[in-house]
Design a protein around this ligand. Structure first.
Ligand code: AMP
Length: 453
């Protein structure tokens, strides 16, 4: 039977303590299913996406095993290896280990390409319990004898589908061949295509399988819409939507997503000035600040919360009737996660995404992963028919130059004249600064020869 609380799980005291501090009371479905199996020492084949709580589902049992036995690590020889396809994921997993392992005296480090290798080499020389690595740079360091995988007790392959999309199959197979046969192996993928299952069975020993229905299914209760607009029109359109929400009878709360921390701050401030009580939450705010903002939001004191993806993870508020993607996320999975902040606890919800010219590619990626076109909503004053047409026809690249003084799209009402730069690939509100989690660089589009090294 799957435990319905963390308290019922036989985890070490330092882990219960941190879970209490994080206010994690209920395990997510993957945690409830996977943690007991992993604590028994089983291998695991998990079908789950990011956002389901899968990191804690493997980090907690691993930290539980390391607890009380740390300090045994030999130089260059990690006891746990987590393989991740991208540097962003590696950093995120590393942070999760830091968070969940706050009271476990373990050592961990990250290995990924694109940065100097010296700090990674010296961390390995000092010895680590947990190594989170991207395949390319890891193999480089193994070849230079800075890393030795013969003492690995726990091996985690995270986001295998992405790993294969990025052409890492050979690298993964080589890394697996360097692991000792006696180990516990965990394999996570968002999809289980036949080639992925085949790879899993070549790595795992009598694995337990856990499959979490992706959040996309909850999207059925969400009324999704996309608005094609210029960057300049996003603000007035946002205000129009917020006015409607303020007059709603129920489910008055709105979450507005911004790609960057700076954008979130700026937006919250200007919305307050325009008479919409708002607050921003993002990774630069302290836990206490975030909790306070969330509390005020839940109580309806600030009915608009401007959030970045990182900060919005785990936000579970019942009365969110509207999610607005002021900026489209550059990681399509984040879209599913964002819109899932509405339609919680059986309620219905609406998700409106603003798409400006520089975001057409993001929209295409999102529609690919949700496997449906997002219905367009153009019954507002700022609709850009030309953009909608470009999206429909799948046209990439910059728009044809607009004639001086002429508008590019079809406008039903008044709007500010174009500022002259609406065709440039700049960040707009969201493009100032880096996206939170440093995800600006789209891993998918990186040339194969440059992967993670
Ligand atoms: P992940 O799928 O591992 O990226 O986790 C998504 C987010 O959910 C994490 O950033 C955590 O903050 C949050 N989270 C994970 N497990 C729980 C839980 N049991 N209760 C509340 N939040 C959680």
């Amino acid at each position: 039977m799957n435990p319905t609380s963390f308290e019922a799980m036989p985890l070490a005291a330092p882990l219960h303590r941190v879970l209490q501090e994080l206010a994690y009371t209920t395990p997510s479905p993957i945690q409830a299913q996977a943690i007991p199996l992993l604590l028994e020492g089983r291998d695991l084949l998990g079908c789950a996406q990011t956002g389901t709580g899968k990191t804690a589902s493997f980090a907690l049992p691993i930290l539980n095993a390391l607890h009380g036995t740390t300090g045994k690590n030999r130089p260059r020889s990690p006891r746990c290896l987590v393989l991740a396809p991208t540097r962003e994921l590696a950093i995120q997993v590393g942070k999760s280990f830091t968070t969940y392992g706050k009271y476990v005296p373990f050592r961990h480090t990250l290995i990924y390409g694109g940065v100097g290798q010296s700090p990674q080499v010296s961390a390995m020389r000092n010895g680590v319990d947990v190594l989170v690595a991207c395949p390319g740079r890891l193999l480089d360091l193994i070849d230079q004898r800075h890393v030795d995988l013969s003492s690995v007790e726990f091996f985690v392959l995270d986001e295998v589908d992405r790993m294969l999309d990025m052409g890492f199959l050979r690298d993964v197979k080589r890394i697996v061949s360097l692991l000792p046969p006696k180990r516990q192996s965990l394999f996570f993928s968002a999809t289980l295509a036949p080639n992925i299952v085949e790879l899993a069975h070549s790595i795992l020993r009598n694995p337990a399988s856990v499959s979490i229905t992706p959040e996309t299914t909850t999207a059925e209760k969400i009324d999704q819409q996309v608005c094609f607009v210029t960057k300049e029109s996003k603000r007035p359109l946002l205000e129009e939507l917020l006015r409607g929400q303020a007059n709603a009878r129920e489910q008055k709360l709105t979450i507005v997503f911004s790609r960057t921390k700076h954008g979130a701050n700026k937006l919250a401030k200007s919305l307050c000035a325009a008479g919409f009580p708002s607050d921003a939450i993002h990774g630069n705010k302290s836990q206490a600040q975030r909790e306070k903002a969330l509390d005020r939001f839940k109580k309806g004191l600030t009915p608009v919360l401007v959030a970045t993806d990182v900060a919005a993870r785990g936000v579970d508020v019942k009365d969110v009737g509207l999610v607005i993607n002021f900026d489209l996320p550059n990681e399509p999975e984040a879209y599913v996660h964002r819109i899932g902040r509405t339609a919680r606890a059986g309620a219905e919800g609406r998700a409106v995404s603003f798409c400006s010219e520089d975001e057409l590619e993001y929209l295409r990626d999102i529609e690919k992963i949700i496997r449906m076109p997002i219905p367009r909503w153009d019954n507002h004053n700022w609709h850009e028919e030309a953009l909608a047409e470009r999206h429909k026809k799948g046209i990439r690249g910059p728009a044809p130059k607009k004639p001086q003084g002429g508008g590019g799209g079809q406008h039903r009402g008044q709007r500010r004249p174009p500022q002259g730069n609406s065709g440039q690939r700049q960040g707009g509100q969201g493009g100032q600064g880096q996206s939170e989690g440093q995800n600006q660089q789209r891993q998918k589009s990186r040339p194969a020869g440059n992967r993670g090294r």
